[in-house]
Structure formats: C-alpha cells, structure tokens
Design a protein around this ligand. Sequence first.
Ligand code: SAJ
Length: 436
Amino acid sequence: MDHKEQILLNIEQKKIHLGIIGLGYVGLPLAVTFAGEGVSVTGFDNSAERVWAVNSGSNYISDIDDELFSELVQSGKLNASDNFGGLNNCDAIIICVPTPLDRFKKPDTSYIENACSEIARYMKPGTFICLESTTYPTTTEDLILPLIENESGLKHGSEFWLAFSPERVDPGNKLYNTQNTPKIIGALTPDGLEIGEAVYGIAIENIHPVSSPRVAEMVKILENTYRLVNISMINEMALLCGKMDIDIWEVIEAAGTKPFGFQAFSPGPGIGGHCIPLDPFYLEYIAKKYNFDLSMIHTAGHIDMMMPHRMTIKINSALNRVKKPVNGSNILFLGVAYKPNINDARESPALKIIDEVEAKGGKVSYHDPFIPEVVTSNGLTLSSVELNESTLKKNDCVVITTNHDVFDPGFILKHSALIVDLRNLIKEKSEKVYKL
Ligand code: SAJ
C-alpha cells in the first residue's frame, strides 16, 4: 500500500492523527471541530501558557463551548504541546499561524516559515500539509513547497502533499462556525486535493475545491479586500454626510430597501481586528511583483488610517460646542473591543483614538465588559471602569466606540452630559448626541 492509499484508508477509518500548528481564534476551534468528530488532535503552539491552558481543559476562545472543550481534553482526543517533535506522529498537519504586517505594512511570513521548518524537520513520509493562514497568492507554491522539499529531503507529490485552505472564522458569529462555513481548498496535485478533501470532509459540511492553491489564496484575500474597501468607502461617505448635515444611517437604511445590487456596511471609527485592516496589504505587496498597483487597497488603507484622527477631531468639536477643551476634560470610552460582543482589542480603533485624545490632554478612561485591561500602542495601561450613573455623570464626554449588545442606550443617554456616538447605538435624537 503506497502513502496515498494508506492515508486515505486512515482518514476513512478516522484513524489519522491531526496536528494543528497555532492555537489561536482559528486553530483552536478547528482542533475542537475535528476532535469532536472523533479524530485525535494535537495542537502545537510556542506559547507554554496556551499549551498549559489546553491541557488543563481551560478554554480561552469565546466562540468555543467550554464544556465540550473540557470533555475533549479529558477524553484524550485533544491535547497540546510546545514540542514540535510530535509532528512526527501526525498524518495531516494544518498551519494556522499569524500573518501580520511589519512596521512598514509589508507581509511578515516568518511565522509561516518557522512552522514549515518545524514540519520539515519532524514530518514523516506520507503527510498531508495545509496552510490556512491568510497570505498573498503564490505563497504555497513559491515559499512553502521549496522550503519543505529542501529542508525535509522528501519529494512533494509522492512523499507529502501540500494544499491551501483559507480560514473563514468570524469571531462572535453565532450562526456560522468552523463546521458549517463552506471550506475552499486548492492543492498542488490531484492526489493532494483528493486527500485534502477527505481530511476536511471529516469535520466540515461543505468543501469547495478549486484548481490550485493560488486560486484558494486569492479567494480569501478577495473576501477581506472586499470588506476593507467597502467599510472604508462607507466611512468616507459618513464623514461627507456629517459635513452636509445628512444622516448617513438614514441613507444606508433607505439604500437597503433596494432588493438587489446593494449591501449595507456600517460606518464606524475605523477597522479593527487582525484580518481586514491587514490582509489586503499582502495582495498589494505581491501585485507589485507583477508591476501592478492595487490603488483601491492603497486608498482604502489611507482612509482607514486617518479615521482615528478624524474621530479625535469630532470629539474635539463636540466638546468645543459646550465650551470645553479636550485638554483637562474627562472622556469615557464605551467599548474597546474591535467589534461588538467579543473580547479582542487587536488593531482596535478605540485604542488609537484613546491615545490621540490622551496626547491632547484628555483624561481618558474606558468601560468594556469583555476586556478588563488594555495597553495602548502609546503604552497607556488602563483598566475597565464600572458603567454606572456616577461614572457617566462625572465625564465631560462619553464616546461610544464599540456597540456591545449589553449597552443600554437609554441609560447612557439619560446620565451623560455629552455623547459622541461612533456606532449609531443611540437612536433617539438629542442635542447632546453627536453622530459619526
Ligand atoms: N466594521 C465596520 N463596518 C462594517 C463591518 C465591520 O466598521 O460594516 C468593522 C468592525 O467593527 C471591525 C472591523 O470592521 O472593527 C472588521 O470586522 P469584520 O467582522 O469584517 O472582521 P473580523 O476580523 O472580525 O472577521 C472577518 C470575518 N468577518 C465577516 O465575514 C463578517 C471574515 O471576513 C473573515 O473570516 C475573518 O475576518 C478573517 O479571518 O479573515
């Protein structure tokens, strides 16, 4: 029996051992989904803290059910390790590591390269390897393939197979999860695609194969570029409407009555998260290799980069109308998570606005029920304050930066002297509310 026959048989009998590198908001839900289908899964992560948390059954990803997580760990179906030597026991390895930008907004593929070097060092012949991290098209064929072949001495196509299958995790989404979100996969060979579809078919309901890894890589980055461009576009429209005394929210609601050809996006203080504001710049980067300037991404990025500054000006204008300078005013920010009902503040525009306002002398504080403490990029360490009548009353301005469902608009409106509402939380018209 050759390697391909062997792995397909093991998949069919759910006897494969799956390794997942990177136990973040993508890797851990994926590990739980496979373990929940009876596959034995080892998660690999450099963070001893995360490894300890997994092996002690304490879940740290809010979208995962705590009880299920603990059961899977206790049953031995799911475990974690920071010793990558364990990759030698894996029949299939899925890479879910970060793909950030460096300080110059250029792709940082070091996490992918380090993971692939560990795989090449320990993998056994007959292993299926799939990258899920969002990256620029051609990464799988031009970066990963030669790295693994050279460092492992194994031959792609007969001794290992390589594919790309983008993650589509939407943190906080109660409707769509890892199992029921359609999964795109592209592989370098037909055998690799057949094996990849069989692996993912164990745990995911709907698999959509495409003709190559670069198509799959482009699918994902198109999805996120679509969001960056449209969110930036609606934010710029909101700023114009503010100058023209037009309620952008009324415009969007009315435009939404068109039953075709329009998708509503909500204006906000800027785009947070570790995907939408970053991933498209991987595409802008690789396009230059083909002498192609993706001007839409560049422009959308510029608009988004300016949003926190424009929000600071809005706060300044609101205080100015009640004859108060930013300097010396108490300013309370409601919500620092990058979007509602989640506990993640990465790239959150709220933190960028807090830094700008604090730099102008504002006495800043925040309340976020999901995030007890933050450190801003200027190194400001803040703890979430209680949200009650006295907190609201003692602030000169309350800024709504994230519209968590738990926030009570009526209560906030009643007890605040001045509100800058950047998320359309307060629907009631009021002289003391300034909208985006
Ligand atoms: N935002 C707006 N207006 C909108 C939509 C979003 O201001 O109309 C803001 C949000 O507040 C947030 C940022 O944009 O700060 C990004 O929000 P998001 O939900 O688009 O992004 P993520 O990073 O939480 O998750 C997205 C997934 N979201 C959706 O599909 C709705 C999906 O695009 C990807 O699976 C995921 O990024 C990823 O990993 O790429």
